[in-house]
Design a protein around this ligand. Structure first.
Ligand code: ZN
Length: 138
């Protein structure tokens, strides 16, 4: 088994901005011309997530609206009592969604559905710069 480590940087506006990172992941993987591999996509940080979605305007509203019900921005959070950074909602959302995804590479193609994109969602309450790690195991 061999491990390749790739990474790229994503600049976000925060505030539950959803960014399509599919192209960056594809570029990181396809430049190695591999046939079969496990592709692990991970972002470090406790107020940011990586997941999959159909990247279309309706869902880009539906997902934040659903999260607003689970962890509203305007609410008293115990975390904010501790740090007073006003982003308790962001931590809760990031914990629920998670911060990684895995995609199989089979016969040279990442096995994403036609309407399935890889997205980074930055929940923090300010602009951030995030580093996405792509580990390729083959
Ligand atoms: Zn915080």
């Amino acid at each position: 088994m061999t491990l390749i480590n790739e990474k790229f940087v994503v600049h976000t506006k925060g505030n539950t901005e959803i960014k399509d990172i599919t192209r960056q992941v594809q570029n990181a993987v396809y430049k190695h011309s591999l046939q079969n591999a496990v592709v692990y996509v991970y972002v470090a940080g406790s107020t940011v997530s990586i997941t999959n979605i159909e990247y279309e305007p309706g869902l880009l509203k539906d997902l934040p609206e659903a999260l607003d019900k689970i962890a509203p921005v305007v609410k008293d959070y115990h975390h904010d009592d501790t740090w007073h950074d006003g982003n308790g909602y962001a931590h809760v959302r990031a914990s629920i969604i998670g911060n990684s995804t895995m995609v199989p590479l089979l016969d040279g193609a990442l096995q994403l559905g036609q309407w399935q994109q890889i997205v980074l969602i930055d929940f923090d309450n300010k602009a951030r710069t995030r580093t996405v790690h792509v580990q390729i195991l083959y």
